[in-house]
Ligand binder design. Structure first.
Ligand code: HPA
Length: 274
């Protein structure tokens, strides 16, 4: 079975089990899965049930796909993503996004946890990603092109949809939720960055750094799928005062900011016109 056939088989499996029309696909970041509690659930799948979805690592034993309604839209929410640092290939990392598109999703909404490089953007803040820098050593589009999904050389003029992001800012303003804007740099991880690397990332124009999102957004751009992404800032990466990284603290900060992100995404879905 080639990649395209595998994707089709995953999508067919979900269709046959009742996944109907999909308006928006949502990929939820580490510690940010709470949005699923707002979804009127119609169907739920463990990742392990879905054919050709990679075998879950320990981190992923709760990987769950929810199909249901949120803000009057039909959504497919992937709770738990595949990270490159876990050893998945780029092709595996972007399967959720591709399957969503094949099921008819017209837009993609992403959340992630990220470290801030911009001294104005503090722990706990939300940042709408306006653009990215790809420092992964690989691309999900490397290799034979999946012509049914998109062209060989997709441009990256506007990988984050200006209209969707604009709508996100409007919603944030109306809810009085501070929302920053900035450039996200995607790194392979899993090791954090050195002081010298943080200085470098700042120099090349990044506001926040994380180990996800960029592959998914590249796959979405390939398929002409408009997307919006919001980072929850979980740590501050000041190279002159670098504190040692504490994953428990990162998860605790993500959990603290999650209700804010959930309100933002829920209201965004409410107002979205698809
Ligand atoms: N660096 C890389 N990835 C991250 C960070 C960070 O500081 N915080 C959360 N994800």
């Amino acid at each position: 079975m080639d990649s395209q056939e595998e994707l089709q088989a995953s999508a067919d499996y979900l269709r046959e089990r009742g996944v109907g029309e999909v308006d928006v696909a949502i990929v939820l970041g580490t510690g940010l899965g709470g949005l699923v509690n707002e979804i009127d659930e119609v169907l739920a799948f463990n990742y392990s049930q879905i054919p050709h979805i990679p075998l879950a690592t320990v981190e992923f034993h709760f990987g769950k796909l929810i199909y249901g309604e949120l803000g009057g839209k039909r959504v497919l929410a992937w709770q738990g993503r595949f990270h490159y640092y876990e050893g998945y290939t780029m092709e595996q990392v972007v399967k959720p996004v591709r399957i969503s598109k094949m099921l008819g999703a017209k837009a993609l909404l992403i959340s992630n946890a990220a470290g801030s490089l911009n001294p104005d953007i503090k722990k706990g803040a939300l940042m709408c990603i306006e653009d990215h820098i790809n420092l992964f050593p690989d691309s999900p589009l490397r290799g034979r092109n999946l012509d049914a999904l998109g062209g060989r050389f997709p441009d990256m003029c506007e990988p984050y949809d200006v209209e969707l992001s604009g709508a996100m800012f409007q919603v944030a303003r109306s809810l009085d939720i501070p929302l920053y804007t900035g450039v996200y740099v995607g790194v392979p991880g899993p090791q954090l960055e050195t002081r010298a690397e943080y200085r470098y990332l700042l120099t090349i124009g990044a506001d926040a750094v994380g180990m996800s999102t960029v592959p998914e957004v590249i796959a979405a751009a390939h398929m002409n799928m408009p997307c919006a992404a919001v980072s929850v800032i979980t740590d501050e990466c000041n190279p002159e005062h670098l504190a040692s990284f504490n994953i428990d603290e990162v998860i605790a900060i993500a959990k603290e900011s999650e209700p804010l992100l959930t309100r933002l995404f829920s209201e965004f879905m409410n107002r979205l016109k698809v």
